[in-house]
Ligand binder design. Structure first.
Ligand code: DQA
Length: 148
């Protein structure tokens, strides 16, 4: 089987993981999450390319360009999950599958977090397992790519 290339997108404020509301998001930094994903991806015969941005347009540009280099997208769209029609449209526009992840369980939190605008255009969503959500999402995306 060929090595799969996965674009990993982290949305706004996720650069502050580890310091940001540790009671909600834990103490693991984004660099540690990316490192763990990189190790996991090798075991899954894949390679990950992580990108964090606080800017909607940067995330959209990366999604639009993704099919040139990647077979799938793993995204924590953070607050844009709940607000960005543009991000949803970008995900819907590209011919590669996306899996959505969240560290926290968005359905156990404030009501405005209960609705994901991107959920209808992704393969599936993993929410609530802390940094492990990313690993579960990567596994799910790779399973999907290998069995689609
Ligand atoms: C988040 C949940 C979002 O509601 C929030 O805006 C985030 C992080 C999560 O990973 O739990 O920034 O996507």
């Amino acid at each position: 089987m060929n090595t799969l290339s996965i674009l990993v997108l982290h949305g706004p404020n996720l650069n502050l993981l580890g310091q940001r509301e540790p009671g909600v998001y834990g103490s693991t930094s984004l660099a540690e999450i990316d490192q763990q994903l990189e190790q996991a991806s090798r075991r899954l015969n894949a390679k990950v390319s992580p990108l964090q941005s606080n800017h909607e347009g940067v995330l959209i540009d990366a999604i639009q360009a993704a099919p040139e280099q990647h077979q799938g997208i793993l995204i924590n769209a953070a607050a844009y999950t709940h607000t960005s029609v543009a991000l949803r449209d970008a995900i819907a526009a590209v011919p590669i599958p996306t899996v959505e992840v969240h560290l926290s369980n968005i359905y156990r939190r404030e009501e405005f977090r209960h609705h994901s605008l991107i959920a209808p255009v992704v393969v599936g969503q993993i929410s609530g397992f802390g940094p492990h959500s990313y690993y579960l999402g990567l596994q799910a995306l790779i399973y999907h790519l290998n069995h689609a």
